[in-house]
Design a protein. Structure first.
Length: 645
């Protein structure tokens, strides 16, 4: 992976173009520490910070076609570039490099923007077509690689990260209040909106054609499901899934540098590690996070899998002090307020990958979305059952199956869960039915909004905004598929692959690769009968069947444990209290004007005394703290504030 930057517009003079691009690209040097390059022509410029993974000697960017008419700055990997290159050569195409970048140039020259359908990969790129005098921006199907853009005085600027725009004259960071409200409802902004007012994200599976002052954004791919009742299950679904995953893993091992793997101890990363160990020559190196707090630690599971598979595992130990100390840096990289500290240990994990001389790892992200592994899918099924059969005596049994990790479900707990799962029963036709409880719990943080922020937002409804963006045939899908779409289309790229993925990995120049997000795997899983993904309340049924014999049965059969890290409790330690007090001081809160200082003070006291233990308190505290840190990093601490564009 790499970092890309650039502009299209006449307001940047010829003399200023190269220095501006260099400044923008330097801001992304953590993404590409190996090489930097720029390309300029009248009214257009491309910049590139390179992480050398494929075509080490001849893959420098921006890269031009042989005749100079096409120039590309590209971030990511096309994993089927070997096969595409062979096809192109068979048609008489001559290659000057061994890189996958040149494959895109040749494909575009032959097929135009339709070439995207041929690419199996994770990518975001900008391609300047001098013949047509237009700039083409494109982003991969699921949104693994980021791409942002903004307009400043009629000139289009784009980059892999928003911080690159800080170098552009006339840019000033300002928090978008609507984006904040979306985060405090949905955990992430709804693309194309970002936390920065006036900055847009090119949504996953979308492209833009920019020519002169024209900007045309269109969707080139979307996640689709059959209509409910129209599923066509293959004859050998388990075997076919295993073959697909093995090939998805095999092509993601293509690199001119060593490739490692993340190993959490759960099913998803263990299966990918097992497949990689079987396919890759030599001994695979893996990397894990261990926590000092026993309730978060999975070290025993990691050790069991590593021993079973014969891999060399490296572990970083993470505690509350490290999380609190790193959190401001995390916000600088995520460029967005977050509701969890989970990115912090993953930031540390990427650091040990790089410290061990590696810069590419396979990970298990995507499996929970594609194969229905999250609690939210099971909870939605139980809520539907409770709504349709409110008097059923099976409810306690369902609760115990749903929450096997709770040591004892007392009578009071069953009563509470019965009330929880009965709420919203009148909204079975609500397209957001599966996610309403999460939204309600998260939205409790909005109670801390300042009067000014409440006035600014008016009657804005983030959930209604999300519902309005759902595809037209959404209601014809099975309820499980509807819930999967909400996770995969919004939270996966908006938070999991960004704040917990690309941003914290690329902060150390580490590229993540995701076999479960191969578009062939996504399409295969989408077409399966829902019962093959969630059988009763057994999550990821078909994936577990495919994993048998490859990973230990204890891992296959264990209940899912979501990746969690200490949240508000990390800021209750003596080392963290002073900085927390400063960021949440009355003066700092008055500067942002986002939150009610008296209410935040009471929450802060609870947090630093270790009493903000409920989900709602934790979510509110982390959201407020990260929003305040965002303002400090991108507004208060910026040395040269300019007028807002």
């Amino acid at each position: 992976m790499c970092g890309i930057t650039g502009f299209l517009g006449s307001t940047v003079s010829t003399d200023a173009a190269a220095p501006l691009l260099k400044s923008m690209t330097v801001a992304l040097c953590h993404r590409g520490p190996d090489e930097k390059g720029v390309y300029t022509a009248p009214g257009v410029g491309l910049g590139h910070a390179r992480l050398s993974v494929v075509g080490l000697a001849d893959g420098k960017q921006p890269m031009a076609a042989a005749n100079g008419d096409l120039v590309i700055s590209y971030n990511g990997e096309v994993f089927n570039y070997v096969e595409l290159r062979e096809r192109l050569q068979a048609r008489g195409r001559r290659f000057l490099t061994t890189s996958d970048t040149e494959v895109i140039l040749h494909l575009y020259d032959e097929m135009g923007t339709a070439c995207l359908d041929e690419l199996n990969g994770d990518f975001a790129f900008a391609l300047w077509d001098a013949r047509r005098q237009n700039l083409w921006l494109a982003r991969d199907r699921i949104g693994v690689r980021p791409l942002y853009y903004t307009e400043i005085r009629g000139t289009l600027f784009f980059a892999s990260e928003i911080k690159a725009f800080m170098a552009a004259p006339g840019f000033a960071a300002e928090l978008d209040p609507v984006a904040l409200d979306q985060i405090f409802t949905l955990w992430a902004p709804i693309a194309p909106r970002t936390a920065f007012k006036g900055v847009r994200e090119l949504p996953p599976g979308h492209m833009m054609i920019a020519q002169g002052s024209s900007r045309t954004v269109s969707q080139w791919w979307r996640m689709e499901f059959p209509r409910d009742g129209e599923f066509k299950t293959p004859e050998r679904p388990v075997e076919q899934l295993g073959e697909l995953l093995e090939d998805a893993t095999r092509i993601r091992l293509r690199a001119d540098v060593p490739v490692g793997a993340y190993l959490s101890g759960g099913l998803d990363s263990s299966l990918i590690t097992a497949l990689a160990a079987r396919v890759a020559p030599g001994r695979l190196e893996t990397f894990s996070v261990g926590f000092r707090s026993p309730e978060h630690d999975e070290s025993l599971w990691q050790a069991e899998v590593a021993e079973k598979l014969g891999v060399q595992n490296h572990q970083v130990r993470c505690g509350e002090d490290e999380i609190a100390a790193e959190f401001p840096t995390i916000i600088a990289h995520t460029e967005c307020p977050v509701l969890r500290t989970a990115p912090a240990p993953l930031y540390q994990l990427a650091s040990i990958v790089r410290a061990n001389g590696m810069k590419v790892v396979l990970t298990g992200e995507g499996a929970d979305e594609i194969f229905a592994g999250y609690d939210i899918f099971q909870e939605a099924a139980v809520r539907r059952f409770c709504a349709r059969q409110p008097g059923s005596t099976r409810r306690p049994l369902l609760f115990r199956r749903l929450y096997p990790y709770l040591p004892q479900l007392q009578h009071q707990s069953v009563d509470y869960l019965a009330r929880f799962f009965s709420t919203g029963g009148d909204g079975l036709t609500d397209p957001l039915f599966s996610h309403r409880p999460r939204m309600r719990s998260t939205a409790a943080a909005k109670l801390f909004y300042s009067p000014d922020l409440k006035y600014t937002l008016g009657d804005y409804d983030a959930a209604a905004d999300l519902a309005a963006q759902l595809p037209g045939d959404f209601r014809r899908w099975h309820p499980l598929n509807q819930a999967q779409y909400l996770e995969a289309r919004f939270l996966l790229p908006g938070y999991i692959l960004s704040s917990q993925g690309d941003r914290v990995m690329m902060a150390h120049g580490v590229e993540g690769r995701f076999p479960f997000l191969d578009h062939r795997v996504i399409a295969f899983a989408a077409g399966l009968q829902p019962e093959l993904k969630m059988r009763g309340l057994r999550e990821k049924f078909i994936l577990k069947e495919a994993a048998r014999g490859l990973v230990p049965d204890t891992v296959v059969n264990r209940p899912k444990q979501p990746f969690r890290a200490p949240d508000s409790q990390a800021f209750s330690t003596p080392a963290a209290r002073a900085s927390t007090e400063t960021v949440l001081s009355e003066g700092a809160l008055a500067e942002t004007g986002l939150f009610n200082s008296a209410m935040v003070e009471r929450l802060k006291v609870k947090a630093i005394n270790g009493r903000a233990t409920s989900f709602k308190d934790n979510t509110a505290f982390m959201g407020i703290l990260s929003a305040q840190l965002w303002h400090k990093v991108f507004v208060t601490d910026q040395p040269n504030r300019t007028e807002t564009k």
